[in-house]
Ligand binder design. Structure first.
Ligand SMILES: C[S@@+](CC[C@H](N)C(=O)[O-])C[C@H]1O[C@@H](n2cnc3c(N)ncnc32)[C@H](O)[C@@H]1O
Length: 380
């Protein structure tokens, strides 16, 4: 790596990979990244950095449940004025990772730097790409370069994911206020869920927690069915990618089952359809009933994880205190030995359950609200 041209080495085998996540969940993602064997994992603001080459970039997209997107840092250099940016952007070995026949777009941001104009920054880099490589620029391009100038240091990254990774590619039906899959996976992880115990979501909506839990237990990779922007890059090796993807596609048969219920029949139909598309319908059980009719499934205790309606988002706030109270009562009286994870936007609603929550867990922005995970040890 040289400091003033490419951050990637010439063979593309060792560069920095930045794995973006929801702010607040960096350390939870870092634990997942380490558990999945990535090198030099470090949590920083907004995500986790690791080192590796293109195969690690593909694997991060394929395997990491808590990642929002994966950025390959391909170059970094000082740029104190636009002419210097122009000159140095032209020296980036674009052909090592971009294809001249594939459209590309550039998104720029500037902070605390002499170059302060994001539009001019993007324009200089776009011009360098078209004139040096020949690739067309298009606002609709699937491949994008993220340029960031911070303290006069310009860092260029290729967005290897394209569409946000919470879109696993097999969920078409969404209920009101769905949780993003990436957040659901990180919350499951933070509750100590490792794929070996049953999971119950008594307000399952479109089934996000139940399907994520079933996929984890079955050893299925989250990105197994979707496409990624990296498939359009010059560095892409289709045969190696197919081998990597199929290596994890068989899955394993878990010994436990995953249960969702909701009082809304439409939500149950959606959950079943989503589980079907994800290939985990045989591991799941979705039933239409209210939380007051919830009973623990046969077998060992496990984790109840739930994301009840929020005050500000759906419905009124007052009846919610009664709903949270009823949920807490049901769990305390029938779910001895189970742990509980509850995601909500108000501490007072969590308190209304009467559940013995530990100090609050990670808090994260979701759909314009700040939601926090509250979790218990095994209930008495
Ligand atoms: C915020 S949504 C859950 C979203 C879900 N986590 C997802 O990802 O799609 C809350 C859900 O609680 C359900 N609900 C509300 N009151 C209920 C009750 N008394 N019993 C069962 N479900 C209820 C709603 O129908 C809604 O699907």
């Amino acid at each position: 790596m040289t400091s003033d041209t490419a951050a990637a080495d010439r063979t593309g085998t060792d560069f920095e990979i930045f794995i973006v996540t929801a702010p607040g969940l960096e350390s939870v993602l870092c634990a997942e990244v380490k558990a999945k064997g990535f090198r030099d994992a470090t949590a920083i603001k907004g995500g986790v950095t690791v080192r590796g080459g293109w195969p690690e970039v593909w694997r991060a997209n394929l395997e990491l449940r808590g990642a929002t997107r994966v950025l390959a840092r391909v170059a970094s250099f000082r740029a104190f004025h636009l002419a210097q940016l122009d000159k140095r952007a032209r020296r980036v070995p674009w052909a090592e990772f971009l294809r001249p026949d594939v459209p590309v777009r550039v998104e720029a941001s500037c902070k605390g730097s002499r170059i302060y104009h994001a539009g001019a920054t993007a324009q200089r880099i776009e011009r360098a790409i078209t004139e040096e490589l020949g690739a067309p620029i298009s606002a609709e391009a699937e491949v994008s370069i993220k340029a960031r100038i911070d303290d006069d240091l310009c860092t260029l990254s290729v967005d290897a994911s394209g569409e946000s990774l919470h879109k696993r590619g097999h969920k078409e039906e969404i209920h009101k206020a769905p949780l993003r899959e990436t957040l659901a996976a990180l919350f499951l992880h933070h509750c100590g869920y490792e794929g070996t115990e049953p999971v119950v979501d008594p307000m399952c909506g479109s089934g996000t927690f139940v399907i994520e839990a079933a996929e984890i237990a079955a050893g299925l990779h989250p990105g197994r069915t979707r496409r990624f922007a990296f498939e359009q890059l010059a560095s892409f090796d289709d045969a190696a990618w197919q081998a990597m993807r199929s290596a994890g596609s068989a899955g394993t048969a878990p010994a436990v089952r995953f249960y969702g219920s909701d009082r809304d029949g439409g939500a149950i139909a959606m959950s079943r359809a989503n589980a079907e598309r994800a290939g985990v319908v045989a591991l799941t059980d979705f039933q239409k009933h209210a939380v007051s009719d919830l009973m623990p499934p046969e077998g060992p205790p496990g984790l109840v994880i739930v994301n009840p309606p929020y005050g500000a988002r759906i419905g009124e706030k007052k009846p919610l205190f009664a709903l949270y109270g009823a949920l807490g009562q049901t769990l305390l009286s029938r779910f001895s030995g189970w742990r509980v994870g509850l995601v909500t936007n108000e501490a007072s609603l969590a308190q209304a359950t009467g559940l013995p929550f530990q100090p609050s867990g990670p808090s994260v922005s979701h759909g314009g609200l700040r939601v926090t995970l509250h979790s218990t040890a095994a209930l008495p």
